[in-house]
Design a protein around this ligand. Structure first.
Ligand code: NAG
Ligand code: NAG
Ligand code: NAG
Ligand code: NAG
Ligand code: NAG
Length: 419
């Protein structure tokens, strides 16, 4: 009896220790405990930035936390929001956590329905391969106060949806009513029991009004294969706006997308730019001028701004060169309609990939997370957050909720003035 009593007390003591440990891990560690975050998918609705998924590395009691005693990073289990109606710095920013009812993933597709105040996430990588489920589609409904709730979204055509491959590394974007996901890569991390890697060709769309999914690969995709590129919707040109696609690799469909495939596949370059009309799916190309961003480049981020002259500028930041194996720390602005690239100052906070970028506060880019060498490498940017002012062409540690209206940077204006 005595020894049995002792055993069970020991067990409950161990349980208590485990709880104490678990309680000290956080999805939003303090500035001092924060090391790195990556793999998030981000959007802006109203006065809030929302981001979901990804992994985080942090200090616990002064040491690098090891999840399950082994992994330096942990899955982030909450959806996070940041208030952009007020100014903040990356050292005092408040990160609100919102419960997420299913297991976290990285590199999810994110589509935003601004009119409804909702966003959707789909596909991506199951972190550490844990708790993988069948194809599910989740919708987040914002409450206007920096919170909201998740629900499973039923497709209007479940048969097609259920057969869709799940994958990561697609180029995704949404227009006012449709989400697009171009290319991608399926692996054992994206679907349970998948035996090998497979390049996913073409393009998938989801109509946010009708809830109809389409696999347009053979019918209307402007691309054959595209892995780890990025897409941006420019609403201001053409009748329907344009979807522009930047970077990534044209891996062949038969390729086992291993390190050799990543290193040797032909890259899409930043000189001959591809874009398509999201309604008609007609695709176009245009040769850009100026300082062309180097390629190959994958896992970079984009954010775009409409200017007062009827034009539009897109920031491209960071990414990875799989051929020569280095992380990019450079940034460029593509100005439309001139199709001219301008190199902008690089951040002193280091290169990064697997980061997200969003346009906030009139003329600022917020970049979220990203890794450079690995999980043990502390991010020089507090909380992994950096701001870039598109007019002053300056990297900053603070967000200005009262920033002036966006206008083109002087150098870019001069390019147009000098014709
Ligand atoms: C998220 O949940 C998983 C599973 O319970 C856990 O292992 C992990 O530590 C959690 N992540 C954080 C940052 O607390
Ligand atoms: C993941 O699966 C394990 C084992 O089946 C289970 O104990 C755990 O609760 C699951 N985690 C979540 C967050 O569902
Ligand atoms: C948002 O917060 C305000 C002030 O706290 C409150 O009056 C309002 O009811 C909240 N709205 C929602 C949708 O929760
Ligand atoms: C779309 O269809 C093509 C051709 O049948 C297929 O190869 C591809 O895997 C499908 N895409 C998805 C995401 O399932
Ligand atoms: C640009 O790329 C397209 C294919 O996307 C190709 O048809 C076109 O010939 C290229 N233009 C030049 C000048 O290389």
């Amino acid at each position: 009896m005595r020894s049995q009593f002792a055993t069970s007390s020991l067990l409950s003591l161990l349980g208590a220790i485990e709880c104490a440990l678990a309680a000290s891990l956080s999805d939003v560690p303090t500035v001092n405990n924060f090391i790195r975050r990556n793999g998030v998918s981000a959007t802006v609705i109203g006065d809030y930035v929302y981001f979901d998924g990804g992994e985080i590395a942090q200090l616990v009691d002064g040491g690098l936390q090891k999840d399950a005693g082994f992994y330096v990073s942990s899955p982030v289990n909450s959806t996070i929001s940041i208030d952009i109606s007020k100014s903040w710095t990356n050292s005092d920013v408040v990160l609100n956590t919102i419960a997420r009812p299913w297991v976290s993933k990285s590199n999810q597709v994110i589509w935003t329905d601004n009119e409804e105040g909702t966003f959707y996430v789909w596909s991506g990588k199951w972190i550490m391969g844990a708790n993988m489920t069948t194809n599910e589609f989740w919708k987040f409904t914002t409450d206007g106060n920096g919170s909201g709730s998740w629900s499973l979204e039923e497709p209007a055509n479940p048969a097609l949806f259920n057969d869709l491959e799940q994958y990561e590394h697609s180029a995704y974007v949404s227009t006012a009513n449709t989400g697009y996901s171009i290319g991608g890569l399926a692996s054992g991390w994206t679907r349970k029991y998948r035996g090998s890697n497979q390049v996913v060709p073409g393009m998938v769309t989801f109509n946010m009004e009708t809830k109809i999914w389409q696999n347009g690969t053979t019918a209307f995709s402007p691309f054959d294969t595209l892995v780890a590129g990025a897409a941006h919707y420019v609403p201001t040109f053409g009748i329907n706006g344009l979807v522009m696609v930047f970077g990534g690799l044209a891996m062949t469909i038969t390729e086992v997308a291993d390190n050799v495939g990543w290193a040797n596949s032909p890259p899409y370059n930043f000189r001959n730019l591809t874009f398509f009309d999201p309604e008609t799916k007609e695709s176009y190309w245009q040769i850009a001028s100026g300082t062309i961003p180097p390629s190959p480049r994958t896992q970079h981020c984009l954010a775009g701004f409409k200017n007062d002259d009827g034009g539009y500028e897109i920031l491209l930041f960071g990414g990875y060169n799989h051929r020569d194996r280095f992380v990019y720390d450079d940034a460029y602005i593509l100005s439309l309609p001139g199709f001219v690239w301008t190199k902008v100052p690089q951040t002193t906070a280091g290169g990064r990939r697997y980061h997200a970028c969003v346009a906030v506060g009139n003329r600022q880019v917020l970049t979220i997370g990203g890794t450079r060498t690995g999980w043990e490498d502390p991010d020089p940017a507090p909380q992994g957050l950096l701001l870039f002012d598109m007019t002053d062409l300056e990297w900053k540690n603070s967000f200005d909720a009262n920033a002036a209206t966006y206008e083109r940077a002087r150098d870019i204006k001069n390019w147009y003035n000098n014709g």
